[in-house]
Design a protein around this ligand. Structure first.
Ligand code: GTP
Ligand code: MG
Length: 193
């Protein structure tokens, strides 16, 4: 199964205005700058379907992209962006949190975590909260190209332990090396078919 077509549909800050077509939604969530939008571009084989930046805080709205005319990828703003910046926290407590907890067609989420860091409170809290919302979560450790293979494996083992998850719930990934693209697509497709 491949991603054959991908197109931008709509951006908004009100979950009630998200597409109401009944198609399944698969959202990407994680700290700002972790690589959510880059991952979406890699999955969809596009250069700039989702807007990316080296500066955190690039994605500001809930963005729906329709895939193969049959399901949605949803790119979200990141959390943890400039702790003193109230607007990021406000966004989370208003529209992003509501989208995740209230959206009727969302039940699958990829949570991205930078593989170079030790487990951060914000990531652990986010994971726990996603489970509370009843969402099925796939963990993606991003920027694996920044570590050696053995260091990446050690980080994966650490996150598996800390999050209490199994091998099929976590994957290491690099959008610069295309590693594990096929495996990640097949895991996502299994959930949306
Ligand atoms: P926000 O929209 O601000 O929440 O960020 P985001 O999570 O969407 O991150 P984005 O995809 O915009 O990427 C942030 C930066 O990380 C960009 O400079 C990307 O080129 C870089 N980046 C993303 N993925 C990878 C990766 O796997 N490896 C490396 N080395 N850099 C990456
Ligand atoms: Mg983004």
């Amino acid at each position: 199964m491949e991603i054959k077509s991908a197109a931008f549909v709509v951006s908004n800050s009100d979950y009630r205005k998200c597409p109401d077509t009944g198609l399944p939604e698969y959202a990407f969530i994680g700290r700002s700058n972790v690589g959510k939008s880059s991952l979406i571009n890699m999955l969809t084989n596009s250069k700039d379907l989702a807007k990316t930046s080296s500066q955190p805080g690039k994605t500001q709205l809930i963005n729906h992209f329709v895939i193969n005319d049959s399901w949605y990828i949803v790119d979200l703003p990141g959390y943890g962006f400039a702790k003193t910046n109230h607007s990021n926290r406000d966004q989370w407590s208003s529209f992003i949190g509501k989208y995740l907890s209230e959206s009727e067609h969302l039940n699958m989420v990829c949570q991205l975590i930078d593989i170079r860091h030790k487990p951060l409170d914000s990531d652990m809290e986010c994971y726990a909260w996603l489970l509370e919302c009843g969402l099925d979560v796939q963990i993606v450790l991003t920027k694996a190209d920044k570590l050696s293979k053995s260091a990446a494996e050690a980080q994966k083992a650490l996150f598996k332990r800390e999050l209490g998850i199994f091998e099929d719930q976590i994957i290491t990934y690099s959008s610069t090396q295309h590693t594990m693209r096929g495996e990640l697509i097949s895991r996502i497709m299994k959930k949306v078919q």
